[in-house]
Design a protein. Structure first.
Length: 275
């Protein structure tokens, strides 16, 4: 059955591809709804690694700031639904109004941000939700949040390869993923898993960022880049300001020129790709 879209035009329902299970139709319909709701967002980029502790939020926050400092309109979504940290990194103490839809992101440093940390009463308490509730919250951030017109929506993903990453890969029309790794071999192994999952679901890999770097890409990171057949976007050198500033809700790239230069180098390739 076809729906009537804007201007009275008939909008065809998505069709199953040969070999697809009929149950996947719901995913296709959701993908179409989300695409329509986020039609004001030009580019959607996921920051991802299956390995925890590699600094995905650090890369997400500073990448978003670097883009904003260049004059782009930027949103930042914390997709780590049950262990959110974005409000700490941005120094946001206010709460989103959940009394009615649409939800409205909170703006800081010129970035529109949304996170379950801005919804739950006490972020020190664990959020103990099963997969379906996590997925429902993601849908609310996609479909029922007023992002408005954005040049970039940066999505800070949780580690792993299950509910949240899978949902994002299935229902979001992504430009692709930036894979975050560290010089540690185990980080590289799990980063490869992340990238292979994305490729299996036909999501592009935009490149790799080596965090906690000496400045020269490690052998492990080289393995990630070559295995995923992608490019190195840049390295983020170790700097004590990352820990100190983030703990106090300040963005390191906003107050340190050398850090901003590193992230400007990373976003340069992303921006160039979209010209």
């Amino acid at each position: 059955m076809a729906d009537e879209g804007e201007g009275g035009k008939v909008k065809e329902e998505p069709k199953l591809q040969p070999g697809m299970h009929p149950s996947f139709m719901n995913v296709l319909k959701t993908r179409e709804r989300v695409k329509e709701r986020l039609s004001g967002v030009k580019h959607k980029i996921g920051i991802y690694s299956a390995k925890g502790g590699v600094g995905k939020t650090t890369v997400s926050v500073n990448t978003a700031y670097a883009l904003s400092a260049k004059g782009f309109k930027v949103g930042l979504l914390d997709a780590d639904i049950d262990c959110p940290n974005l409000s700490i990194f941005l120094g946001i103490e206010g709460m989103m109004d959940v009394s009615s839809f649409p939800l409205k992101p909170i703006e800081k440093y010129g970035i529109k941000a949304a996170s379950t940390a801005m919804i739950v009463d006490d972020t020190k308490k664990p959020i103990i939700w099963r997969g379906p509730i996590i997925v429902k919250m993601l849908y609310d951030f996609f479909e029922n949040t007023e992002w408005g017109e954005l040049d970039y929506l940066i999505i800070d993903l949780p580690p792993g390869t299950s509910d949240a990453p899978l949902t994002i890969m299935q229902v979001l029309d992504l430009d692709g993923f930036v894979i975050v790794t560290t010089p540690q071999r185990v980080a590289g192994i799990n980063s490869i898993r992340s990238g292979l999952m994305a490729k299996r679901l036909n999501v592009s890999i935009l490149g790799v960022v080596e965090n906690m770097s000496s400045g020269e890409p490690s052998k492990s990171t080289g393995m990630v880049v070559s295995t995923l057949d992608t490019r190195l976007l840049g390295t983020v050198k170790m700097n004590p300001l990352f820990s100190m500033a983030s703990d106090e809700g300040r963005i390191p790239a906003s107050e340190n020129d050398s850090i901003l230069v590193m992230f400007n180098s990373i976003i340069e390739s992303l921006v160039e790709r979209n010209k």
